[in-house]
Design a protein around this ligand. Structure first.
Ligand code: ZN
Length: 431
């Protein structure tokens, strides 16, 4: 991905630098050649010359580009489980995913870690984004997911005589677990997404207290993935599934819904980040009836919402790491609503705005394994910056309204927001 030439001064705003430090009023951020040179009180900013571009934050907020820590580029208007894999052909899924990547960036998210995708779309989206052919987040990729036979993701009944080739490797035992990971190695993905547990979406056979992989299978996934430099995560709701994942060496935990004290100790022992993805549960409860979800499914989502909320607060208060994002792309939780996650954590989980923003920036970058170059506004880091018209610490929900974004920058280049309008459309030639 290209970085900006020259320098840009962002002035007349408060600075929320993503480290968790208190906001700096009357701040300035100086970008040079795509990297941050200075971020702090305006009075301490190095002098700039007449060539320097200027962005007036209009008394609003200057913060790091947001990080979606559980992004599904290939999910679109999913209304039932089957929509995840057999609704559209891969050609159309690829186009939709490209649109979703662009939308994520417009919503202020300059980076994302995938929570799983169809076929190998993520890898090639990343390729196109990094080559500046399309616009989107700096993407940490996943690929086809891994689940044991009969588990949550193995939902097509046998009489349909179709597998799950595009979405999931259905495995039996450690040999097939290793074989699945080895296929992903060849696909070039960075993260292996697994299904240690079920979900409220499947109340009859794979509910949120059901295990969908054995410890041995999970351990085989981790050993094989780590051997090839890949990271492993998993959909973990049931308490025992969380513990299995942590003992097997998972690098992050998705959801971490029903955490008991032992699970929390295991999480903290290796400081493993957890991505609760709670607004999806809230949306499932609020809008489930409209989309025909059964009462059993809605009740399960309510239990998940309550358990996940308590666990997320427990993790943060115990000094653990929480990443924000999650599962946008369902009919009742559509792409574009990403920042509702942040609002939910402030208004309904009990995080302070600064805590939630640190989770949505610094911790997100750490999940991407890029904490040294992204996630905070500090000298030497890439200039991925969000400039918002308004005080997001007073009203966190401003982040849900992208019409309030003055600029979304990646590597110092304005990619979205009001100021992007003045930039001619960049259509690179493909030679
Ligand atoms: Zn997900």
């Amino acid at each position: 991905m290209k970085t900006a030439a020259g320098s840009t001064l962002i002035f007349n705003g408060q600075l929320v630098d993503g480290t968790g430090a208190a906001a700096v009023p009357h701040a300035a951020v100086l970008l040079q050649e795509g990297y941050i040179r200075y971020a702090g009180p305006a009075a301490g900013c190095p002098p700039v010359d007449g060539q320097c571009e200027r962005i007036d934050a209009r008394g609003g907020t200057i913060l790091p580009g947001l990080v979606e820590a559980h992004f599904h580029a290939t999910y679109f208007n999913v209304a039932e489980l089957q929509d995840l894999d057999i609704k559209y052909p891969v050609e159309y899924v690829t186009l939709l995913a490209s649109v979703n990547c662009r939308l994520l960036l417009e919503c202020g998210y300059t980076s994302a870690r995938s929570g799983g995708c169809l076929f190998n779309c993520d890898h090639w989206l990343r390729e196109a984004i990094e080559s500046d052919l399309i616009q989107g987040p700096r993407l940490a990729t996943s690929g086809r997911e891994i689940c044991s036979a009969g588990g949550l993701m193995d939902w097509n009944p046998g009489f349909r005589k179709i597998g799950m080739e595009g979405l999931v490797f259905i495995i039996n035992g450690v040999d097939e677990a290793r074989a699945a990971v080895r296929s992903l190695v060849k696909d070039g993905v960075q993260w292996v997404k697994t299904y240690p547990t079920g979900d409220a979406a499947a109340p009859d056979t794979n509910d949120h207290h059901t295990l969908c992989m054995t410890f041995e299978e999970m351990h085989a996934v981790v050993q094989t993935a780590h051997n090839h430099g890949m990271k492993v995560t998993g959909h973990c709701r049931a308490t025992q599934g969380i513990k299995n994942a942590l003992r097997a060496g998972y690098d992050t935990i998705e959801h971490g819904t029903f955490m008991d004290d032992e699970a929390l100790d295991l999480l903290l022992a290796r400081n493993v980040p957890c991505v609760p993805a709670l607004y999806f549960e809230k949306a499932s409860v609020l809008r489930g009836p409209e989309f025909g979800l059964s009462q059993a499914v809605i009740d399960g989502h309510q239990e998940t919402l309550e358990g996940g909320t308590a666990s997320a607060l427990k993790i943060l208060r115990a000094g653990g790491r929480i990443g924000l994002g999650g599962d946008y792309g369902f009919g009742w939780n559509p792409h574009g609503d990403y920042a509702r996650e942040i609002t939910f954590f402030v208004r309904e989980v009990g995080f302070s705005p600064l805590e939630a923003l640190t989770c949505a920036t610094k911790t997100g970058a750490e999940i991407l394994q890029r904490g040294d170059e992204l996630g905070t506004l500090q000298p030497g880091k890439l200039a991925d910056v969000l400039v918002v018209d308004g005080d997001v610490l007073k009203d966190i929900s401003i982040l849900e309204d992208r019409s309030r974004f003055i600029a979304v920058l990646q590597g110092g280049i304005i990619k979205a927001g009001q100021l992007a309008q003045r930039i001619p459309a960049h259509v690179p030639g493909i030679g």
